[in-house]
Design a protein around this ligand. Structure first.
Ligand SMILES: [Zn+2]
Length: 79
């Protein structure tokens, strides 16, 4: 997993998703990371959640359940 700050990720995200507000994206990411820090778990398998995937899909899941892959070396996670 490649770790990226919420601010940096939000900038990237709005670049690729015209029309989304950076403020809104940051708030959503912050609230998911806050839940992750409190121990939120994947609704499918119970592993710790993948904050990035959970933020944009609308439910709590881990990296493997979202992507079907165990290799997360090309993906991002926010902190
Ligand atoms: Zn899972």
């Amino acid at each position: 997993m490649n770790y990226i700050s919420i601010n940096d990720y939000a900038k990237k995200h709005v670049k690729h998703n015209a029309g989304e507000s950076i403020k809104n994206v940051k708030e959503r990411l912050r609230s998911t990371v806050a839940r992750q820090e409190k121990g939120a778990s994947c609704t499918v398998c119970g592993q710790p959640i993948w904050a990035l995937g959970s933020t944009f899909s609308g439910f709590d899941g881990c990296f493997s359940c979202f992507t079907g892959e165990s290799d997360d070396s090309n993906d991002y996670e926010v902190y």
